[in-house]
Design a protein around this ligand. Structure first.
Ligand SMILES: CC(=O)N[C@H]1[C@@H](OP(=O)(O)OP(=O)(O)OC[C@H]2O[C@@H](n3ccc(=O)[nH]c3=O)[C@H](O)[C@@H]2O)O[C@H](CO)[C@@H](O)[C@@H]1O
Ligand SMILES: C=C(OP(=O)(O)O)C(=O)O
Length: 421
Protein backbone atom coordinates (compact mmCIF):
# COMPACT_ATOMS: atom_id res chain seq x y z
CA UNK A 1 0.00 0.00 0.00
CA UNK A 2 1.49 3.30 -1.07
CA UNK A 3 1.31 6.18 1.37
CA UNK A 4 1.85 9.92 1.23
CA UNK A 5 3.05 12.35 3.88
CA UNK A 6 0.78 15.23 4.83
CA UNK A 7 2.48 18.24 6.38
CA UNK A 8 0.79 21.34 7.83
CA UNK A 9 3.82 23.62 8.14
CA UNK A 10 4.61 26.71 10.14
CA UNK A 11 5.34 25.09 13.48
CA UNK A 12 8.88 25.53 14.84
CA UNK A 13 10.40 22.19 15.78
CA UNK A 14 11.19 22.10 19.49
CA UNK A 15 12.56 19.36 21.73
CA UNK A 16 14.99 16.48 21.46
CA UNK A 17 15.32 13.91 18.71
CA UNK A 18 17.30 10.65 19.02
CA UNK A 19 19.36 9.68 16.01
CA UNK A 20 19.48 5.99 15.09
CA UNK A 21 22.39 4.00 13.73
CA UNK A 22 23.65 4.92 10.27
CA UNK A 23 21.91 3.39 7.27
CA UNK A 24 24.98 3.73 5.09
CA UNK A 25 27.01 1.80 7.69
CA UNK A 26 24.32 -0.80 8.38
CA UNK A 27 24.01 -1.80 4.72
CA UNK A 28 27.76 -2.53 4.63
CA UNK A 29 28.09 -4.08 8.11
CA UNK A 30 25.35 -6.66 7.54
CA UNK A 31 27.06 -8.17 4.45
CA UNK A 32 30.44 -7.85 6.20
CA UNK A 33 29.15 -10.41 8.71
CA UNK A 34 29.15 -12.99 5.88
CA UNK A 35 32.94 -13.07 6.18
CA UNK A 36 32.81 -14.49 9.71
CA UNK A 37 32.59 -18.18 10.58
CA UNK A 38 30.64 -17.52 13.80
CA UNK A 39 27.94 -15.19 15.09
CA UNK A 40 28.14 -11.42 14.60
CA UNK A 41 25.98 -9.15 16.78
CA UNK A 42 25.21 -5.64 15.55
CA UNK A 43 23.81 -3.08 18.00
CA UNK A 44 22.22 0.31 17.26
CA UNK A 45 20.78 -1.01 13.99
CA UNK A 46 18.20 1.30 12.37
CA UNK A 47 14.74 -0.01 11.45
CA UNK A 48 14.73 0.79 7.75
CA UNK A 49 13.46 -0.87 4.60
CA UNK A 50 17.01 -1.37 3.24
CA UNK A 51 17.98 -3.22 6.42
CA UNK A 52 14.86 -5.39 6.20
CA UNK A 53 15.61 -6.31 2.57
CA UNK A 54 19.22 -7.12 3.46
CA UNK A 55 18.00 -9.41 6.23
CA UNK A 56 15.85 -11.30 3.73
CA UNK A 57 18.75 -11.57 1.27
CA UNK A 58 21.11 -13.02 3.90
CA UNK A 59 18.40 -15.43 5.04
CA UNK A 60 17.95 -16.57 1.42
CA UNK A 61 21.72 -17.21 1.33
CA UNK A 62 21.45 -19.49 4.38
CA UNK A 63 22.25 -17.16 7.30
CA UNK A 64 20.17 -17.37 10.42
CA UNK A 65 19.18 -13.95 11.70
CA UNK A 66 17.49 -12.74 14.87
CA UNK A 67 16.48 -9.10 14.89
CA UNK A 68 14.94 -7.61 17.98
CA UNK A 69 14.83 -3.96 18.94
CA UNK A 70 17.96 -2.36 17.57
CA UNK A 71 20.03 -5.53 17.81
CA UNK A 72 20.66 -8.07 15.06
CA UNK A 73 22.39 -11.39 15.59
CA UNK A 74 23.69 -12.92 12.36
CA UNK A 75 24.90 -16.52 12.23
CA UNK A 76 26.63 -16.87 8.85
CA UNK A 77 28.10 -20.34 9.49
CA UNK A 78 25.75 -22.19 7.11
CA UNK A 79 25.72 -19.61 4.33
CA UNK A 80 26.38 -20.46 0.68
CA UNK A 81 27.15 -18.28 -2.31
CA UNK A 82 23.90 -18.79 -4.20
CA UNK A 83 23.58 -16.79 -7.47
CA UNK A 84 21.22 -13.82 -7.05
CA UNK A 85 20.91 -12.34 -10.54
CA UNK A 86 17.50 -10.77 -9.90
CA UNK A 87 14.93 -10.07 -7.23
CA UNK A 88 15.74 -8.47 -3.89
CA UNK A 89 19.28 -7.40 -4.82
CA UNK A 90 17.75 -5.02 -7.37
CA UNK A 91 15.92 -3.13 -4.62
CA UNK A 92 18.92 -1.49 -3.02
CA UNK A 93 22.17 0.04 -4.18
CA UNK A 94 24.11 -1.40 -1.29
CA UNK A 95 23.45 -4.98 -2.45
CA UNK A 96 26.74 -4.49 -4.27
CA UNK A 97 28.51 -5.17 -0.96
CA UNK A 98 27.40 -8.80 -1.37
CA UNK A 99 29.92 -8.98 -4.21
CA UNK A 100 32.93 -8.20 -2.02
CA UNK A 101 31.65 -10.18 0.97
CA UNK A 102 30.70 -13.36 -0.92
CA UNK A 103 33.86 -13.17 -3.01
CA UNK A 104 35.90 -12.76 0.17
CA UNK A 105 34.34 -15.76 1.91
CA UNK A 106 33.54 -18.16 -0.95
CA UNK A 107 35.69 -16.96 -3.85
CA UNK A 108 32.60 -16.45 -6.00
CA UNK A 109 29.48 -14.33 -6.33
CA UNK A 110 26.78 -13.76 -8.93
CA UNK A 111 24.80 -10.65 -8.10
CA UNK A 112 22.35 -8.60 -10.20
CA UNK A 113 23.44 -5.05 -10.81
CA UNK A 114 22.19 -2.95 -7.88
CA UNK A 115 19.11 -0.73 -7.62
CA UNK A 116 18.55 1.99 -5.01
CA UNK A 117 17.89 5.67 -5.55
CA UNK A 118 18.53 6.39 -9.21
CA UNK A 119 19.09 10.13 -9.14
CA UNK A 120 21.72 9.52 -11.83
CA UNK A 121 23.90 6.69 -13.15
CA UNK A 122 25.93 5.13 -10.34
CA UNK A 123 28.74 3.13 -11.98
CA UNK A 124 30.63 0.36 -10.19
CA UNK A 125 33.64 0.11 -12.51
CA UNK A 126 36.04 0.84 -9.63
CA UNK A 127 34.60 -2.01 -7.56
CA UNK A 128 35.17 -4.35 -10.51
CA UNK A 129 38.68 -3.02 -11.04
CA UNK A 130 39.40 -3.78 -7.39
CA UNK A 131 38.05 -7.36 -7.57
CA UNK A 132 40.10 -8.00 -10.71
CA UNK A 133 43.26 -6.61 -9.11
CA UNK A 134 42.75 -9.15 -6.30
CA UNK A 135 42.69 -11.93 -8.89
CA UNK A 136 38.99 -12.42 -9.60
CA UNK A 137 37.47 -12.75 -13.06
CA UNK A 138 34.41 -10.61 -13.63
CA UNK A 139 31.86 -10.99 -16.42
CA UNK A 140 28.48 -9.42 -17.05
CA UNK A 141 25.86 -12.07 -17.73
CA UNK A 142 22.48 -10.61 -18.66
CA UNK A 143 22.69 -7.76 -16.19
CA UNK A 144 24.26 -9.75 -13.36
CA UNK A 145 27.93 -9.70 -12.42
CA UNK A 146 29.58 -13.11 -12.20
CA UNK A 147 32.72 -12.82 -10.10
CA UNK A 148 35.01 -15.82 -9.70
CA UNK A 149 38.42 -16.38 -8.15
CA UNK A 150 40.04 -19.58 -9.45
CA UNK A 151 42.36 -19.59 -6.48
CA UNK A 152 42.55 -17.69 -3.19
CA UNK A 153 42.43 -13.93 -3.75
CA UNK A 154 45.81 -12.30 -3.37
CA UNK A 155 46.59 -8.85 -2.05
CA UNK A 156 47.30 -6.03 -4.51
CA UNK A 157 47.96 -2.33 -4.71
CA UNK A 158 44.80 -0.59 -5.92
CA UNK A 159 44.59 3.09 -6.80
CA UNK A 160 41.03 4.40 -7.04
CA UNK A 161 40.64 6.90 -9.90
CA UNK A 162 37.78 8.52 -8.00
CA UNK A 163 37.21 8.66 -4.28
CA UNK A 164 34.44 6.09 -3.86
CA UNK A 165 32.84 4.98 -0.62
CA UNK A 166 31.32 1.90 -2.24
CA UNK A 167 34.51 0.75 -3.95
CA UNK A 168 36.66 1.34 -0.84
CA UNK A 169 34.33 -0.79 1.32
CA UNK A 170 33.88 -3.51 -1.31
CA UNK A 171 37.65 -3.89 -1.74
CA UNK A 172 38.14 -4.04 2.05
CA UNK A 173 35.52 -6.82 2.22
CA UNK A 174 37.10 -8.84 -0.58
CA UNK A 175 40.68 -8.33 0.66
CA UNK A 176 40.13 -9.08 4.36
CA UNK A 177 40.66 -12.85 3.82
CA UNK A 178 42.95 -12.62 0.78
CA UNK A 179 46.51 -13.92 0.81
CA UNK A 180 48.98 -11.12 1.50
CA UNK A 181 48.71 -7.41 1.73
CA UNK A 182 46.33 -5.02 -0.10
CA UNK A 183 46.88 -1.30 -0.34
CA UNK A 184 43.96 0.96 -1.32
CA UNK A 185 45.18 4.36 -2.42
CA UNK A 186 42.95 7.42 -2.87
CA UNK A 187 40.50 5.65 -0.57
CA UNK A 188 37.36 7.38 0.68
CA UNK A 189 37.56 8.63 4.29
CA UNK A 190 33.88 8.60 5.31
CA UNK A 191 33.05 7.60 8.91
CA UNK A 192 31.11 4.62 7.51
CA UNK A 193 34.40 3.24 6.15
CA UNK A 194 35.97 3.45 9.59
CA UNK A 195 32.89 1.70 10.98
CA UNK A 196 33.26 -1.21 8.55
CA UNK A 197 37.01 -1.48 9.26
CA UNK A 198 36.29 -1.45 13.02
CA UNK A 199 33.84 -4.34 12.64
CA UNK A 200 36.21 -6.31 10.40
CA UNK A 201 39.10 -5.79 12.84
CA UNK A 202 36.88 -6.96 15.72
CA UNK A 203 36.26 -10.07 13.56
CA UNK A 204 40.01 -10.64 13.40
CA UNK A 205 40.94 -8.70 10.25
CA UNK A 206 44.10 -6.59 10.07
CA UNK A 207 43.14 -3.25 8.57
CA UNK A 208 44.98 -0.02 9.25
CA UNK A 209 44.48 3.48 7.86
CA UNK A 210 40.67 3.49 7.50
CA UNK A 211 39.64 7.15 7.60
CA UNK A 212 42.77 8.19 5.67
CA UNK A 213 43.42 8.04 1.94
CA UNK A 214 45.64 4.96 2.26
CA UNK A 215 44.21 1.77 3.71
CA UNK A 216 46.35 -1.34 4.24
CA UNK A 217 44.71 -4.72 4.64
CA UNK A 218 46.84 -7.65 5.75
CA UNK A 219 44.80 -10.71 4.68
CA UNK A 220 43.98 -13.34 7.31
CA UNK A 221 42.91 -16.98 6.90
CA UNK A 222 39.60 -16.71 8.70
CA UNK A 223 37.38 -14.29 10.58
CA UNK A 224 35.25 -14.90 13.64
CA UNK A 225 32.14 -13.41 15.22
CA UNK A 226 32.07 -10.34 17.46
CA UNK A 227 29.77 -7.64 18.78
CA UNK A 228 29.73 -4.16 17.26
CA UNK A 229 27.68 -0.99 17.75
CA UNK A 230 26.87 1.02 14.61
CA UNK A 231 27.83 4.71 14.47
CA UNK A 232 25.04 7.32 14.55
CA UNK A 233 23.54 8.35 11.22
CA UNK A 234 25.19 11.66 10.33
CA UNK A 235 22.84 12.23 7.39
CA UNK A 236 19.72 11.74 9.50
CA UNK A 237 21.26 14.04 12.14
CA UNK A 238 22.07 16.68 9.51
CA UNK A 239 18.54 16.48 8.16
CA UNK A 240 17.07 17.24 11.60
CA UNK A 241 19.60 20.04 12.13
CA UNK A 242 18.56 21.63 8.83
CA UNK A 243 14.86 21.11 9.63
CA UNK A 244 15.33 22.79 13.01
CA UNK A 245 16.95 25.80 11.34
CA UNK A 246 14.37 25.94 8.54
CA UNK A 247 11.43 26.03 10.97
CA UNK A 248 13.17 28.56 13.26
CA UNK A 249 13.02 25.89 15.93
CA UNK A 250 15.18 24.87 18.87
CA UNK A 251 16.16 21.21 18.71
CA UNK A 252 18.68 19.01 20.49
CA UNK A 253 19.86 16.36 18.05
CA UNK A 254 20.98 13.56 20.35
CA UNK A 255 23.20 10.49 19.84
CA UNK A 256 25.48 12.08 17.26
CA UNK A 257 29.23 12.37 16.86
CA UNK A 258 29.65 16.17 16.54
CA UNK A 259 32.93 15.73 14.62
CA UNK A 260 31.00 13.97 11.83
CA UNK A 261 28.73 17.01 11.58
CA UNK A 262 31.44 19.66 11.18
CA UNK A 263 30.70 20.56 7.55
CA UNK A 264 26.99 21.05 8.13
CA UNK A 265 27.55 22.80 11.47
CA UNK A 266 29.95 25.26 9.81
CA UNK A 267 27.54 26.07 6.97
CA UNK A 268 24.58 26.57 9.30
CA UNK A 269 26.68 28.87 11.48
CA UNK A 270 27.77 30.82 8.40
CA UNK A 271 24.07 31.36 7.60
CA UNK A 272 23.48 32.69 11.11
CA UNK A 273 22.02 29.62 12.84
CA UNK A 274 23.09 29.26 16.49
CA UNK A 275 24.68 25.90 17.25
CA UNK A 276 25.85 24.47 20.57
CA UNK A 277 27.92 21.29 20.55
CA UNK A 278 27.92 18.87 23.46
CA UNK A 279 29.70 15.49 23.76
CA UNK A 280 27.07 13.44 21.97
CA UNK A 281 24.48 15.99 20.94
CA UNK A 282 24.09 19.25 19.07
CA UNK A 283 21.56 21.98 19.86
CA UNK A 284 20.34 23.96 16.86
CA UNK A 285 18.58 27.26 17.49
CA UNK A 286 16.95 28.83 14.44
CA UNK A 287 16.95 32.59 13.85
CA UNK A 288 14.46 34.90 12.13
CA UNK A 289 16.78 35.70 9.21
CA UNK A 290 19.56 33.88 7.40
CA UNK A 291 22.42 34.95 5.12
CA UNK A 292 22.90 33.25 1.77
CA UNK A 293 25.94 30.94 1.51
CA UNK A 294 27.62 28.84 -1.13
CA UNK A 295 27.73 25.12 -0.43
CA UNK A 296 29.91 22.55 -2.17
CA UNK A 297 29.01 18.88 -1.72
CA UNK A 298 32.28 16.95 -1.62
CA UNK A 299 33.75 13.74 -0.33
CA UNK A 300 34.19 13.57 3.47
CA UNK A 301 35.12 15.67 5.39
CA UNK A 302 33.37 18.00 2.94
CA UNK A 303 29.64 18.73 2.97
CA UNK A 304 27.85 15.42 2.26
CA UNK A 305 26.10 14.97 -1.09
CA UNK A 306 23.30 13.25 0.87
CA UNK A 307 22.60 16.57 2.64
CA UNK A 308 22.71 18.66 -0.51
CA UNK A 309 18.98 18.23 -1.20
CA UNK A 310 17.82 18.99 2.37
CA UNK A 311 20.09 22.04 2.38
CA UNK A 312 18.39 23.40 -0.76
CA UNK A 313 15.14 23.78 1.21
CA UNK A 314 16.87 25.85 3.87
CA UNK A 315 18.80 28.00 1.40
CA UNK A 316 15.63 29.23 -0.23
CA UNK A 317 14.89 30.92 3.09
CA UNK A 318 18.13 32.93 3.11
CA UNK A 319 18.48 36.56 2.05
CA UNK A 320 20.14 36.84 -1.37
CA UNK A 321 21.45 34.21 -3.74
CA UNK A 322 23.09 30.93 -2.68
CA UNK A 323 24.93 28.53 -4.96
CA UNK A 324 24.72 24.84 -4.11
CA UNK A 325 27.15 22.70 -6.10
CA UNK A 326 27.41 18.91 -5.99
CA UNK A 327 30.92 17.67 -6.85
CA UNK A 328 30.04 14.03 -6.07
CA UNK A 329 26.91 13.61 -8.21
CA UNK A 330 26.60 16.18 -10.99
CA UNK A 331 22.88 15.88 -11.53
CA UNK A 332 21.35 15.08 -8.13
CA UNK A 333 18.71 17.77 -8.47
CA UNK A 334 15.35 16.05 -8.86
CA UNK A 335 14.09 17.94 -5.80
CA UNK A 336 14.57 21.32 -7.49
CA UNK A 337 11.51 21.27 -9.81
CA UNK A 338 9.37 20.05 -6.91
CA UNK A 339 10.61 22.88 -4.65
CA UNK A 340 9.85 25.31 -7.49
CA UNK A 341 6.26 24.01 -7.40
CA UNK A 342 6.22 25.15 -3.77
CA UNK A 343 7.26 28.66 -4.77
CA UNK A 344 11.03 28.36 -4.42
CA UNK A 345 13.09 30.51 -6.76
CA UNK A 346 15.80 28.15 -7.91
CA UNK A 347 17.26 26.80 -11.10
CA UNK A 348 19.88 24.26 -12.08
CA UNK A 349 22.95 25.38 -14.00
CA UNK A 350 25.46 22.64 -14.76
CA UNK A 351 26.17 20.85 -11.49
CA UNK A 352 24.91 23.78 -9.37
CA UNK A 353 21.54 24.95 -8.11
CA UNK A 354 21.17 28.72 -7.97
CA UNK A 355 18.84 29.54 -5.11
CA UNK A 356 17.18 32.87 -4.33
CA UNK A 357 15.42 33.77 -1.11
CA UNK A 358 11.67 33.10 -1.48
CA UNK A 359 8.47 32.20 0.39
CA UNK A 360 7.35 28.61 0.19
CA UNK A 361 3.73 27.60 -0.06
CA UNK A 362 2.07 24.22 0.24
CA UNK A 363 1.69 22.03 -2.85
CA UNK A 364 1.39 18.42 -3.97
CA UNK A 365 4.92 17.24 -4.60
CA UNK A 366 6.68 13.99 -5.37
CA UNK A 367 9.80 12.48 -3.80
CA UNK A 368 11.76 10.67 -6.49
CA UNK A 369 14.61 9.59 -4.24
CA UNK A 370 15.43 9.42 -0.54
CA UNK A 371 17.13 12.78 0.08
CA UNK A 372 14.94 14.62 -2.44
CA UNK A 373 12.11 13.37 -0.21
CA UNK A 374 13.83 14.75 2.89
CA UNK A 375 14.16 18.12 1.21
CA UNK A 376 10.43 18.21 0.43
CA UNK A 377 9.57 17.30 4.02
CA UNK A 378 11.72 20.20 5.27
CA UNK A 379 10.10 22.52 2.72
CA UNK A 380 6.63 21.39 3.86
CA UNK A 381 7.51 21.97 7.52
CA UNK A 382 8.76 25.48 6.60
CA UNK A 383 5.61 26.69 4.84
CA UNK A 384 4.68 29.57 7.13
CA UNK A 385 0.98 30.10 6.43
CA UNK A 386 -1.89 27.75 5.72
CA UNK A 387 -2.33 24.73 3.53
CA UNK A 388 -1.12 21.17 3.68
CA UNK A 389 1.84 19.90 1.65
CA UNK A 390 1.38 16.41 0.25
CA UNK A 391 4.55 14.43 -0.41
CA UNK A 392 4.19 11.22 -2.40
CA UNK A 393 7.02 8.70 -2.87
CA UNK A 394 7.21 8.05 0.89
CA UNK A 395 8.71 4.63 0.19
CA UNK A 396 11.93 6.43 -0.80
CA UNK A 397 11.97 8.46 2.43
CA UNK A 398 11.40 5.28 4.45
CA UNK A 399 14.73 3.99 3.11
CA UNK A 400 16.60 6.45 5.32
CA UNK A 401 14.55 7.89 8.19
CA UNK A 402 13.44 5.67 11.07
CA UNK A 403 10.27 6.86 12.83
CA UNK A 404 10.12 10.08 10.82
CA UNK A 405 6.49 10.95 11.57
CA UNK A 406 6.79 10.00 15.25
CA UNK A 407 9.98 12.01 15.65
CA UNK A 408 8.66 15.11 13.88
CA UNK A 409 5.36 14.94 15.77
CA UNK A 410 7.24 14.73 19.08
CA UNK A 411 9.06 17.90 18.02
CA UNK A 412 5.72 19.65 17.52
CA UNK A 413 5.23 19.26 13.77
CA UNK A 414 1.81 18.54 12.33
CA UNK A 415 2.58 15.64 10.03
CA UNK A 416 0.80 12.39 9.29
CA UNK A 417 0.63 9.58 6.74
CA UNK A 418 -2.33 8.90 4.49
CA UNK A 419 -3.02 6.17 2.02
CA UNK A 420 -2.19 7.25 -1.51
CA UNK A 421 -5.19 6.54 -3.77
C1 LIG B 1 32.01 10.16 -1.90
C2 LIG B 1 30.60 10.24 -1.47
O1 LIG B 1 30.14 11.27 -1.05
N1 LIG B 1 29.89 9.12 -1.56
C3 LIG B 1 28.50 9.07 -1.27
C4 LIG B 1 27.82 8.18 -2.27
O2 LIG B 1 28.37 6.89 -2.11
P1 LIG B 1 28.28 5.87 -3.31
O3 LIG B 1 28.86 4.64 -2.74
O4 LIG B 1 26.99 5.85 -3.99
O5 LIG B 1 29.15 6.58 -4.30
P2 LIG B 1 30.68 6.55 -4.34
O6 LIG B 1 31.27 7.17 -3.14
O7 LIG B 1 31.05 5.16 -4.64
O8 LIG B 1 30.92 7.44 -5.62
C5 LIG B 1 31.48 8.72 -5.61
C6 LIG B 1 31.63 9.16 -7.06
O9 LIG B 1 32.41 8.22 -7.78
C7 LIG B 1 31.72 7.73 -8.91
N2 LIG B 1 32.04 6.30 -9.05
C8 LIG B 1 31.85 5.47 -7.98
C9 LIG B 1 32.14 4.12 -8.08
C10 LIG B 1 32.64 3.62 -9.30
O10 LIG B 1 32.93 2.43 -9.45
N3 LIG B 1 32.80 4.48 -10.32
C11 LIG B 1 32.52 5.83 -10.24
O11 LIG B 1 32.68 6.56 -11.19
C12 LIG B 1 30.25 7.96 -8.61
O12 LIG B 1 29.50 8.05 -9.79
C13 LIG B 1 30.32 9.26 -7.82
O13 LIG B 1 30.37 10.34 -8.70
O14 LIG B 1 26.45 8.14 -2.08
C14 LIG B 1 26.10 7.55 -0.84
C15 LIG B 1 24.60 7.51 -0.80
O15 LIG B 1 24.06 8.67 -1.29
C16 LIG B 1 26.72 8.41 0.26
O16 LIG B 1 26.39 7.89 1.48
C17 LIG B 1 28.23 8.50 0.08
O17 LIG B 1 28.80 9.31 1.09
C1 LIG C 1 21.00 7.67 -1.96
C2 LIG C 1 21.23 7.15 -0.79
O1 LIG C 1 21.29 5.84 -0.56
P1 LIG C 1 21.66 4.68 -1.54
O2 LIG C 1 23.05 4.97 -2.00
O3 LIG C 1 21.61 3.49 -0.66
O4 LIG C 1 20.69 4.67 -2.68
C3 LIG C 1 21.41 7.99 0.41
O5 LIG C 1 21.71 7.46 1.49
O6 LIG C 1 21.24 9.21 0.28
Amino acid sequence: MLEKLMIAGGRPLRGTVQISGAKNSAVALIPAAILAETTVTLDNLPHLSDVAIYTEILTDLGASIEWSGDQMVIDPSRMKSIPMPNGKVKKLRASYYLMGALLGRFGEATIGLPGGCNFEPRPIDLHIKGFEALGAEVSNENGALRIRAKQRLRGAKIYLDMVSVGATINIMLAAARAKGSTLIENAAKEPEIIDVATLLNAMGAKIIGAGTETIRIEGVDSLHGCRHSIIPDRIQAGTYMIAAAATRGDVIVDNVIPKHMEAVTAKLQEMGVHIYEMDESIRVVGQPEYESVDVKALVYPGFATDLQSPMASLLCQARGVSILTDYVYSNRFKHIPELVRMGAKMKVEGRSAIIEGSFLSSAKVKATDLRAGASLVIAGLSVAFGGVTEVTGVEFIDRGYENLVTNLSALGAEVWREREE
